[in-house]
Design a protein around this ligand. Structure first.
Ligand code: MGD
Ligand code: MGD
Ligand code: SF4
Ligand code: MO
Length: 686
């Protein structure tokens, strides 16, 4: 039997058709606008049955009677495990205040409704501390878009004449976006890639800017300067719809191509050419990605990139960058129930805490500050849902110390992870094919597609929504969580859109909540305080941040530890996300591991020769935070002077965990983002 749903094995959220035989998932296929021969395959989706039916899935709640890594887990019934967790919620609330309990969200299981449910539970409980990982993943970028033109845009590459891919690798991480880019290429679109690594897109690009990692903001300013001095901007749009053009002109004049190119490993002509092609080919879009995230300048760099879209008049055009039309929904987070006088642990990042009505709190590093430095107060009990912070958070040694010193740790996951093994209680979650949910990717813009439960929960695992609803009941929140099914809760939340789960099941391709409209700013302006695109932001100035990006003209080094380097140090780049794994996930699935059995450090042949390193040598890589060991692979995908270190392998072996090397002390002042993307490191053969 064929069923429709949305895959959530990574955050690309592809609509898929799955084949179910006698209640078992036997195969799944991505839907695509391309004819079958041209579609991209996803190896993770192909391995979906291996993932769902993996013999190492957690299928029973586990409880540890003795704390720490040494303590052994025993199986427990759901009632016992949930009673125990609810009891600890009450204990810490009575003893130390509700705010000492924190709910931490990773990237899996979606940012959609399940995120709203955890927020709702915590708000009703009285703790402001529901924290996501958006400071390192896209929410920091979202804020930069938001502070420039009110919303994070959605690039429309399929109908573009020119596409800039800026620190993104959709070939591996988002096949449907990749298909749109390839389609546009086939129809004559120009392609510019800005990436320090020669990705598949870089190979096929008309122009590849192999930028020095972290220098994206200064590059964007230099491109802005070229566009302005050559009169290539859309005068009419700038005049009517933007604020602060003169200030931007002044700031960008501090980054002339001939002066700044060399410091970012480029030539002045490359910068000029990229600016000219982008500004003179219409429509054009910019796809920005994770290459900008995890940088200590992510906010201002992304703001500068956003300004390119506005200067060239590509905002809210088909083939340009669409201002989304979110699906009208109820805000179910119950923030009004929070006591007013308890600050969240992310209190130092007020603008980031408040910029968006959905995102809530995202500065995950503050969790570690709170546990270890008791700043602004200590978190004592932590619930980790769908994340593996012991491996994925910056400066793992500090993170592990924090997790180990918690008084009570609950982990909700499908597998035993490096984080879960530290827990006192593990609650086994059902996977994405086993639960119906409102998927955030399909509420950000007008089309809603349902993520549908297509098979039963495995063993005693439970869907995320059910775990939260059951816990809520034990915390006396029957009134706040009256729903018995996922459908009831979704229908309540979706009511303002007029769409129900029943309607969505009848329309597996999705339903449009609002008619698509372009150039909405003509009638409504932009969703900023001034109603205009804000090159200059008064809000930022008042809060003590730079109102125009990089206006101080300083070349502040964006790379961690650059003040402390020795001569032979090299830039470490956290490597691509390959299409076989999702972060730390699926290294335990034999078919996927077979396709990529080992982790590598890519080192340029010139650097290899200088240091006597050949492919296959084992390297020790060291920073002031820690060290790892990984196998070398000579490759010219990287620039001399930099290495690319494989990502996500810390789950397999802590000696392969790149976040042993990363730094959490220097952070973006607006979004609290540390640099787990680029850092100086020492390498030596062992
Ligand atoms: N150095 C470095 N650090 C990085 C990155 C990098 O590139 N380099 N990437 C960053 C980015 S962009 C992100 S988003 C983060 C990711 O950080 P995490 O979210 O911690 O990453 P994952 O390894 O995907 O962990 C997700 C966990 O959720 C579990 N899970 C999967 N589905 C479900 C479900 O339905 N319910 C529940 N309860 N659990 C589920 C999985 O088994 C897995 O253990 O890492 C960040 N850290
Ligand atoms: N297969 C798979 N798919 C995924 C995920 C996964 O783990 N696996 N994770 C999901 C998640 S949570 C996310 S956030 C997305 C991320 O999706 P992407 O944004 O595509 O993620 P990455 O592969 O981390 O990196 C993007 C590119 O940035 C480049 N880069 C590194 N440093 C810099 C820099 O300083 N400047 C510039 N301009 N570029 C730089 C890298 O070389 C890489 O090519 O993917 C999602 N999809
Ligand atoms: S790209 Fe991600 S969401 Fe899409 S099918 Fe593959 S694993 Fe699933
Ligand atoms: Mo992410």
């Amino acid at each position: 039997m064929k069923r429709d749903t949305v895959c959530r094995l990574c955050s690309a959220c592809c609509p898929v058709e799955v084949d179910i035989e006698e209640g078992r998932l036997v195969s799944a296929e991505r839907k695509s606008f391309l004819p079958p021969g041209k579609r991209l395959n996803c190896p993770k989706l192909k391995a979906a049955p291996d993932i769902v039916y993996s013999p190492v899935r957690l299928t029973r709640p586990l409880v540890k009677d003795k704390k720490g890594l040494g303590g052994a887990f025993r199986e427990a019934k759901w009632d016992e495990a949930l009673d125990l967790v609810a009891g600890r919620f009450k204990y810490f609330k009575d003893r130390h205040g509700p705010e000492t309990v924190c709910w931490f969200r990773g990237m899996a299981a979606d940012w959609g409704a399940p995120w709203d449910y955890s927020n709702r539970l915590m708000n009703a409980f009285g703790s402001p501390n529901t924290i996501g990982n958006g400071s390192v993943c896209h929410v920091a970028r979202d804020m930069a878009h938001n502070y420039t033109y009110g919303n994070m845009t959605l690039a429309q590459p399929r109908d573009s004449g020119c596409i800039i891919i800026w620190g993104k690798n959709d070939q591996n991480t988002a096949p449907s976006a990749c298909e749109a880019i390839l389609y546009a290429r086939d129809h004559g679109a120009k392609l510019i890639v800005i990436d320090p690594v020669r990705t598949g897109f870089a190979k096929m690009a008309d122009l590849w800017l192999q930028i020095k990692p972290g220098y994206d903001g200064q590059l964007a300013m230099s491109m802005i300067n070229e566009i302005i001095i050559n009169g290539l901007y859309e005068r009419e749009f700038v005049k009517r719809f933007t604020l602060g053009f003169e200030e931007l002109k002044r700031a960008s004049s501090l980054y002339p191509a001939e002066e700044v190119a060399e410091r970012m490993w480029l030539t002045p002509d490359m910068i000029r050419e990229a600016a000219r092609v982008y500004a003179t080919t219409k429509p054009a879009c910019i796809i920005d990605g994770n290459g900008l995230d995890m940088q200590i300048q992510v906010f201002q760099s992304t703001r500068a990139v956003c300004m390119l879209r506005a200067l060239t008049g590509n905002l809210d055009k088909n083939g340009g960058d669409l201002i989304p039309q979110p699906v009208p929904m109820r805000d179910i987070k119950l923030k009004e129930m929070l006591p007013k006088d308890i600050p969240p642990i992310t209190v130092d990042y007020r603008l980031f805490n408040e910029f968006h009505k959905h995102w809530g709190l995202q500065v995950q590093s503050c969790l570690i500050d709170s546990i270890l430095d008791r700043r602004p107060y200590p978190i004592r009990m932590l619930i980790v849902q769908s994340g593996n912070p012991a491996v994925t958070m910056t400066d793992s040694n500090r993170v592990k110390k924090a997790l180990e010193s918690l008084e009570f740790l609950v982990v909700i996951d499908l597998f035993m992870t490096r984080t879960a093994e530290l827990a006192d209680v593990i609650l086994p979650a059902a996977g994405c094919f086993e639960e119906t949910q409102l998927n955030r990717a399909y509420t950000r813009n007008n089309l809603v597609v349902l993520q549908n439960q297509v098979i039963d929960w495995q063993g005693e695992s439970r869907p995320n929504w059910k775990i939260i609803f059951e816990l809520a009941k034990r915390l006396g929140m029957e009134k706040e969580f009256p729903w018995r099914t996922a459908e009831e809760a979704i229908n309540y939340q979706l009511a303002p859109s007029g769409i129900t789960t029943e309607m969505l099941r009848k329309n597996p391709e999705g339903l449009c909540a609002v008619e698509t409209e372009y150039e909405k700013f003509q009638k409504k302006g932009f969703d900023t305080p001034s109603g205009k695109v804000e090159f200059f932001s008064e809000r930022l100035r008042t809060a003590g941040h730079m109102p125009v990006p990089f206006m101080d003209g300083r070349n502040t080094d964006p790379i961690s530890f650059s003040g402390q380097v020795k001569e032979d140090n090299i830039i470490g780049i956290s490597g691509e996300k390959t299409n076989l794994f999702t972060h730390t996930q699926f290294h335990n699935i034999p078919v996927l591991l077979k396709a990529e059995p080992e982790a590598y450090v890519d080192i340029h042949p010139e650097d290899g020769q200088q240091r006597g390193i050949i492919s296959g040598d084992m390297l020790r890589i060291k920073t002031p935070r820690g060290c790892i060991r990984m196998q070398a692979r000579l490759s010219d995908v990287v620039h001399p002077g930099s290495i690319q270190i494989a990502w996500g392998w810390g789950e397999v072996d802590p000696e392969l965990s790149i976040n042993n090397l990363t730094d959490d002390y220097r952070r973006d002042p607006v979004t609290g983002t540390p640099s787990n993307r680029v850092f100086m490191c020492e390498i030596e053969k062992v």
